[in-house]
Design a protein. Structure first.
Length: 242
């Protein structure tokens, strides 16, 4: 699919426009700084896109304000005493240098222990922790899928984990494939479950329409509370882009 890129400013807000062969216009506001991106049908000119943005300025500004208020972690140095998150809880990192294979474990209710070979640098420590995070998140998926496939009435062909810059999850409808953001392992299990169900419902309804929201209400009545909880938790320090 060929995509044409342009940029305009509306109401003091910069907007990136991606034109491609789609039927409807979609507006996205992305963390951490509230970048605005428009996916627009190829035939729409700048004035039509501008009018569409103007009609959504109130919503765009509310989303940007939400990101501005959201707590954001500083860059991780991967040293003892830092705060790291797992399963919605904050832990104090304890780095132990010792010969042998690296390992990570939840030592107690407040400590996440990272054992690394002597001389392992910041990047090496981060990779060890990320691999552990990935294993923990992937281990949670099968049970959740089994339960929610029965509730939603869809079958997911594949569910994978990867780092994503602008989304908590995504899905490929034709392949029935779901991707979950690795950062979800740091959030509460309720938030992980919400994103998984959100993407599963997209297999029934592609867009965030009234039908989509109605299906979410049917299958997960408290989804709005879970979404709010996810949006209130700290964002990782990232050089976010898309």
């Amino acid at each position: 699919m060929t995509t044409e890129y342009s940029h305009i400013e509306v109401g003091g807000i910069g907007v990136d426009i991606h034109r491609k062969a789609i039927k409807n216009l979609h507006v996205g506001v992305y963390p951490p700084d509230g970048k605005v991106r428009i996916a627009a049908p190829s035939h729409l000119n700048d004035e039509a896109v501008r009018l569409a943005i103007v009609s959504r300025l109130g919503w765009i500004r509310r989303q940007r304000q939400g990101f501005a208020r959201q707590v954001r972690q500083s860059a991780r140095e991967m040293v003892t005493g830092e705060s790291h998150y797992f399963g919605g809880r904050r832990y104090r990192l304890n780095v132990v240098e010792q010969p042998g294979n690296p390992r990570v474990r939840v030592a107690n209710n407040s400590t996440l222990e990272l054992r690394v070979p002597p001389g392992t640098d910041r990047e090496g420590r981060l990779q060890i922790l990320d691999r552990w995070y990935r294993r923990q998140l992937k281990a949670k998926i099968p049970e959740l899928l089994t339960h929610w496939e029965g509730v939603v009435g869809v079958e997911v062909a594949e569910c994978h984990v990867k780092k994503m810059k602008t989304k908590w999850g995504s899905c490929t409808i034709q392949a029935r494939r779901i991707w979950l953001n690795l950062e979800l392992v740091k959030k509460s299990p309720r938030c992980l479950e919400y994103i998984l169900v959100h993407e599963m419902v997209h297999l029934l309804e592609r867009h965030h329409t009234d039908r989509f929201r109605g299906l979410m209400d049917q299958y997960m009545p408290d989804w709005r509370l879970r979404k709010a909880e996810l949006n209130e938790t700290p964002l990782a320090h990232e050089d976010w882009d898309y």
